[in-house]
Design a protein around this ligand. Sequence first.
Ligand SMILES: C[S@@+](CC[C@H](N)C(=O)[O-])C[C@H]1O[C@@H](n2cnc3c(N)ncnc32)[C@H](O)[C@@H]1O
Length: 213
Amino acid sequence: MNFDSIAPIYGLLETVTAGPAVQRCRTAFLSSLENASHVLLLGEGNGRFLVELLKRWPDKRVTVIDSSARMLRILERRLIRNGIDPANVERVQTDVRDWNPPSSRFDAIVANFFLDCFRPIELQTLIHSVSRSAKPNAIWLVADFRHPTQALRGLRAAIILGVMYRFFRLTTRLDAQRLTPPDRHLEDAGFSLRERQNRDWGLLHADVWHRAG
Ligand SMILES: C[S@@+](CC[C@H](N)C(=O)[O-])C[C@H]1O[C@@H](n2cnc3c(N)ncnc32)[C@H](O)[C@@H]1O
């Protein structure tokens, strides 16, 4: 799996296929990060969420993990364009599956359109491993796709997600072939769902998960 090949067109693809819906979903619960001193962004990609975070709270400590060198370069340029010094953001280019997370370090974890990249067994291992780096009262924001339960909405989502997974498999050699909901694994890691917004006829959702210390 490697997002380098589509990194330069990722933003354009998003705008053409979804307009502002995806960014609205990413930032739906941005305000819940107010008290988080150190935030971990998993698979942040081209940095659209990061810029909004640092525009609002320029002094936050942020660690970004992404395996794509090109995505991280685009993210860096975006920071510079927005007057933010990239040196203030810790950027780790690695496959998160090979990453050894520090223990109890982050007040918040953010996974925007990232957990959908993994097969069920990988997702379980990943959430279990990354959650060890969360402090006892940490929150975890998730924005991602979802299969709505209603018939017509479910059919629409199945078509869109089917096309998307084929596209990403061809262009990035993504291992995942379908969407796996992370809910059960987040619960197993001690998080409970505090708030959820469903958007775009249930195709998108934004969540706040909280781990009670
Ligand atoms: C679908 S994009 C989402 C990007 C961004 N978070 C967003 O909201 O659009 C997935 C991102 O996760 C990164 N990624 C995918 N698998 C990864 C892995 N195993 N380890 C680290 N980063 C990964 C990709 O390079 C890409 O930037």
